[in-house]
Design a protein around this ligand. Structure first.
Ligand code: F6P
Ligand code: MN
Length: 359
């Protein structure tokens, strides 16, 4: 029997140039090593502070994964009976995951503040800890209606630079209101058949799989480019009455398949978990739509800062496109922390076809 050498998440001692991460080479690359190699790149897309922050977020995701996987045995299923700021019933795990992310990220010295889908207002770094140069936003458990039925859920996160102006004062919500194009990192963990961490620091999209035996995230794919031309769309058909005529026609033509104007069949998927949809699209192609309610656009479903921006950054890095139906998501200027937007993302040709015609 061969005993495998454990791979530990510790930094290499020497400062010799490291080989480029290559999941095919047979040499395991941990998240730590990957981030250090990003830090060493001449353009340094991942300075030391950002690297430490991403490692801390990844560690919190491991703890969330552990809590989720206990299920009924850990008394973590079900709801708390109250609503979050979005008016949605909070699951126990929404709160557990939110607390795990706050606790893990408060003391490291990399952050000036955090904001979460589960909290009404921002979470400043307590005065007893040093304040850092980044802002972190997260959706602690995306797709949380899936928790109690054991389907895939995830954690989505986004990192922005704190504006220089907030160095000598308290961080305000306005400091978070930056276009998604300003993100320095974004990613998600997906708690599915495998536990994965997918992230970008603007140099491509990389996937890490949690190796439970040694507790490390190990690089398993990347840089990932989404395949083009997969005729698969993800949409909640029950919201049809809220779509614009253009979106309704886009979906109708695909449902008609070989008997319609496109002359080809499409498939539909709806796991009710944006993380699961985005991951499938990065790996297999296709398009995801959660359009704004055309009768009441402010009532869109997905959140710009916690969901749309980080996913748009990842999708663009993987060669896809992301639109709110009329404009590139990453160009939108947020007007409030919990703002909601329509989202159409994935295969650029499908995103263009589903977006409202210009002019
Ligand atoms: O967080 C919002 C979310 O759960 C997404 O993960 C998912 O795509 C969507 O809402 C599901 O919406 P619905 O409840 O309309 O199916
Ligand atoms: Mn969500």
């Amino acid at each position: 029997m061969t005993i495998q050498t454990p791979v530990l998440d510790s930094a290499p001692a020497a400062s010799a140039p490291a080989p480029a991460p290559n999941p095919q080479s047979g040499q395991p690359v941990t998240l730590t090593r990957f981030l250090i190699e990003q830090q060493r790149r001449p353009d340094s897309p991942c300075p030391a502070g950002l690297r430490l922050l991403l490692e801390t977020v990844a560690r919190a995701c491991k703890a969330i994964n552990f809590a989720i996987s206990k299920g009924a045995l850990g008394d973590v299923l079900g709801s708390l009976g109250n609503e979050n700021v979005q008016g949605e019933v909070q699951k126990k795990l929404d709160v557990i995951a939110n607390d795990l992310l706050l606790d893990a990220n408060e003391w490291g010295g990399q952050l000036a503040a955090m904001a979460s889908e589960e909290m009404e207002t921002l979470h400043p770094i307590p005065g007893r800890f040093p304040k850092g140069e980044y802002l972190l936003t997260f959706d602690p458990i995306d797709g949380s209606s899936n928790i109690d039925v054991n389907l895939s859920v995830g954690t989505i996160f986004s990192v922005l630079r704190a504006p220089d102006a907030c160095a000598g004062r308290d961080v305000t919500e306005a400091d978070f209101l930056q276009p998604g194009a300003e993100q320095v990192a974004a990613g998600y963990a997906i708690y599915g058949p495998q536990t994965l961490l997918v992230l970008t620091v603007g140099t491509g999209v990389y996937e890490f799989t949690l190796d439970r035996e040694i507790g490390s995230w190990r690089l398993t794919d990347g840089p990932m480019q989404m395949p083009r031309g997969n005729r698969e769309f993800a949409v909640n058909m029950a919201r049809r009455r809220q779509w614009s005529p253009h979106v309704a026609q886009y979906i109708e033509e695909r449902i008609c398949g070989t008997e319609g104007p496109l002359g080809v069949d499409y498939n539909m998927r709806w796991p009710a978990s944006m993380v699961a949809d985005v991951h499938r699209i990065i790996k297999r192609g296709g398009v995801f739509l959660y359009p704004a309610d055309s009768r009441n656009p402010g009532k869109a479903r997905l959140r710009l800062l916690y969901e749309a921006n980080p996913m748009a950054f990842l999708i663009e890095q993987a060669g896809g496109a992301a639109s709110n139906g009329t404009a590139r998501i990453l160009d939108l200027m947020p007007t409030s922390l919990h703002e909601r937007v329509g989202v159409i993302l994935g295969d650029p040709a499908e995103v263009a076809a589903a977006s409202e015609p210009q002019g």
